[in-house]
Design a protein around this ligand. Structure first.
Ligand code: NDP
Ligand code: GDR
Length: 390
């Protein structure tokens, strides 16, 4: 449990409301703001299973009278709920991170995605306006490099034209412009952070980096044979979520509200991310073939590295195909290349990321190795998940 004392809270009595607090960024941001002495309120959805794994370590007993971390049920599709929560919590800063954030899934749920990601942003802005809180409340909108979509120019900066390529990106485009419009029309302190992909050990399991790091750990421990992926040639500018939540906060601490690109300026293919993830565990793989026939095969191992990590070398087989392509993961329209230009953030915010790609890969692979080890021990001990339905 994070040790946040009342004294810290009193040093800085700012209040923040985070929508999407149960997500990757929400969790890192909550931790970051609590450490800064903020009172943090978070919006969480009602769910039939617990959905607070990422923030359970921040939980405070509701019976404490001096607690500074509080969760509220809510949903970005429910205006009256948002108005009530904003009125009750009186935030100095709102971080609107909630979204149906999966690009591929947005092709299956386009209307819901538009509602939550597009109109949801409007609901937050309108709530602040209707409640007469324009002077008090600053708003951060989680915009995205997906806005750039079909490549117009690289590296992408605050002035690069948008060309969204998915229902998700189109919904976020509405969120972007309605934020700019409310800033201009009502003089709101409302800003877009145009964040490029950022990952971490708590990244959702169906985003490509985490899917890869989990699979690599499982393959090394003999718990999985193969990893099926879609487009291996897509290029992304990947950073660490820990660095990126700091940028969100910095964006709201400036004198004037402005929009910022947050990125590392380095791009990598999905294929190279896979190579790096295996290499972290001392396994070298080589890709051959083209398109749907492309595959990744183990061609070498670093026995010292395996020994150092206590990985049983007999489970790693030369010539074993560990990566295959499954076109089911292709998207109807793809974003081929993202590489951000963070110059404005570097100079105006003084924001410089601490993690590079190798550090990110190490953090994620080592964390998943640890997690999968737990799974392995449970399996060996006969404690596999019970089947309640037999
Ligand atoms: P996650 O998918 O990890 O988290 C999304 C959060 O939004 C979860 O807390 C989720 O709740 C919540 N949520 C989803 N739909 C609703 C809804 N209708 N009402 C209320 N809450 C909802 O995303 P990230 O943390 O990675 O991203 C945070 C934000 O930043 C998102 O808006 C995303 O689109 C954007 N973004 C992310 C980037 C990245 O690389 N991570 C890059 C650029 C932008 P639950 O836990 O219940 O599902
Ligand atoms: P992205 O992230 O779409 O960039 O959106 P994701 O990790 O899903 O995909 C990145 C690239 O990898 C390719 N890919 C695969 N992707 C997934 N998920 N699963 C696969 O098996 C797979 N194989 C290849 C994809 O085609 C794509 O090119 C993320 C989200 O966090 C958004 O919310 C955010 O706005 C953007 O990053 C910036």
């Amino acid at each position: 449990m994070l040790n946040i004392t009342r004294n810290m809270a009193e040093q800085n009595t700012k209040t923040a409301l985070i929508t999407g607090i149960t997500g990757q960024d929400g969790a890192y941001l909550a931790e970051f703001l609590l450490k800064k002495g903020y009172r943090v309120h978070g919006l969480k959805r009602r769910s039939s299973l617990f959905n607070t794994d990422r923030i359970d370590h921040l939980y405070q007993d509701p019976h404490l009278d001096n607690r500074n971390f509080t969760l509220h049920f809510g949903d970005l599709t429910d205006s009256t709920n948002l108005i009530r929560v904003i009125q009750e919590t009186q935030p100095d800063e709102i971080y609107n991170l909630a979204a149906q954030s999966h690009v591929k899934v947005s092709f299956d749920t386009p209307e819901y995605t538009a509602n939550a990601d597009g109109i949801g942003t409007l609901r937050i802005l309108e709530a602040v306006r209707l409640l007469g809180m324009i002077e008090k409340t600053r708003i951060y909108q989680a915009s995205t490099s997906e806005l750039y979509g079909l490549v117009q120019a690289v590296p992408q900066s605050e002035t690069t034209p948008f060309y969204p390529r998915s229902p998700y990106a189109v919904a976020k485009m509405y969120g972007y412009w309605i934020t700019v419009n409310y800033r201009e029309a009502y003089k709101m302190y409302a800003c877009n952070g145009i964040l490029f992909n950022h990952e971490s050990p708590v990244r959702g399991e169906t985003f490509v980096t985490r899917k890869i790091t989990r699979a690599v750990a499982k393959i090394a421990l003999g718990l999985q044979d193969k990893l099926y992926l879609g487009n291996l040639s897509a290029q992304r500018d990947w950073g660490h979520a820990k660095d990126y939540v700091e940028a969100m906060w910095l964006i709201l601490q400036q004198e004037k509200p402005e929009d910022f690109v947050i990125a590392t300026g380095v791009t990598t293919t999905v294929r190279d991310f896979v190579r790096l993830a295996f290499a972290e565990l001392g396994i070298e793989i080589e890709f051959s073939g083209k398109g749907e026939q492309e595959k990744g095969v183990i061609i070498d191992v670093d026995e010292e590295r395996l020994a150092e990590l206590n990985i049983d070398k007999s489970l790693i087989k030369f010539g074993q195909t560990v990566v295959k392509v499954d076109p089911a993961y292709y998207r109807p329209t793809e974003v081929d290349l993202l590489i951000g230009d963070p110059t404005k953030a570097n100079t105006k915010l003084g924001w410089i990321p601490k993690y590079d790609l190798q550090m990110l890969v190490t953090d994620m692979v080592q964390s998943d190795l640890h997690l999968m080890r737990k799974e392995e021990y449970l399996k060996q001990g006969g404690f596999e998940t019970l089947n309640y339905f037999e």
